[in-house]
Write a protein that binds this ligand. Structure first.
Ligand SMILES: [Ca+2]
Length: 276
């Protein structure tokens, strides 16, 4: 019983401290945490919004502040609610807070996982560039997970891993996911036709379909341009709400020099549940 009373007394003192801390120093501490967070976000180029700060424990000279914010990895990515706990300490009369923030998803936020579902699935195309009987830049190369563009005078059989359209043609390449998925994100990597640098897609659009007909039932989810570069990088698009579809088609609408193509096409399903 003695221990229990001591425990209750300690707990009450702790909450009394917290309430006094809140009324006296909390505003100052949270303001310092905000200064530290904003400096970190600028330094790390992290997009953010809806930031809140809360002193969750501590004493007169050392406290823990929980920072909760909506963050995303890039301008095209989805916002996720995340939190990080940092420590702030009183140095002289000035509160100073940690300058590093290790964010993780909040317990009440969404907890979706993006699963890639296009790898090794069947791929077809309107046409492909092929020459010298057997050398072909095959449609399947867009889901093989390889980004090699070593040669431009040899086809996929010789180590290259990208699909090309024949000379001076527009067209499309399409993945059959073999069953419907709730598609939430797409990533793609343009080709530059290896060291030749004479083929690439420069204008395109992406459509999803449940049936694979693409005769008007499809949903165009993205259209864009890709100025030619000899070192293309992955680009991505996150849908504002997932769309159920079995087929994803990438249309080459304009091309660089001899023709268009694509190196990789990734399709992501959103898995998991919202925990709110
Ligand atoms: Ca590839």
């Amino acid at each position: 019983m003695q221990n229990y009373r001591q425990f209750v007394a300690v707990v009450m003192m702790f909450f009394l401290f917290l309430s006094s801390c809140r009324t006296n120093d909390t505003r100052k501490i949270e303001a310092e945490a905000a200064v530290a967070f904003e400096a970190w976000a600028v330094e790390e180029s992290v997009p953010y919004k809806e930031v809140s700060y809360q002193v969750i424990e501590g004493d007169e000279t050392f406290v823990t502040v929980r920072v909760t914010a909506m963050l995303r990895e890039s301008a095209a990515a989805a916002w996720l609610e995340k939190q990080a706990d940092i420590e702030c300490r009183l140095v002289g009369e000035q509160w100073q807070c940690d300058s590093y923030f290790a964010f993780s998803p909040t317990e009440t936020g969404s907890d979706f996982v993006m699963q890639e579902i296009a790898a090794d699935k069947p791929v077809t195309a309107s046409a492909m560039y092929a020459y010298n009987s057997g050398h072909a830049f095959r449609p399947y190369s867009i889901v093989d997970g390889q980004t090699v563009e070593l040669h431009c005078d040899k086809a996929t059989e010789d180590g290259n891993s990208y699909w090309l359209l024949p000379d001076h043609q527009t067209g499309w390449v399409q993945v059959d996911l073999q069953r419907p998925y709730k598609i939430a994100k797409l990533r793609w990597l343009n080709t530059h036709n290896g060291r030749c640098g004479d083929r690439a897609t420069t204008k395109f659009h992406i459509a999803l379909s449940k049936t694979g007909l693409f005769t008007g039932e499809e949903t165009v989810i993205y259209d864009g341009i890709m100025p030619f570069t000899p070192s293309p990088q992955f680009e991505e698009f996150v849908l504002s709400a997932p769309i159920e579809a079995q087929y994803a088609r990438f249309y080459v609408d304009e091309y660089h020099n001899w023709g268009g193509g694509l190196n990789e096409f990734e399709i992501y399903e959103e898995q998991g549940e919202q925990r709110r």
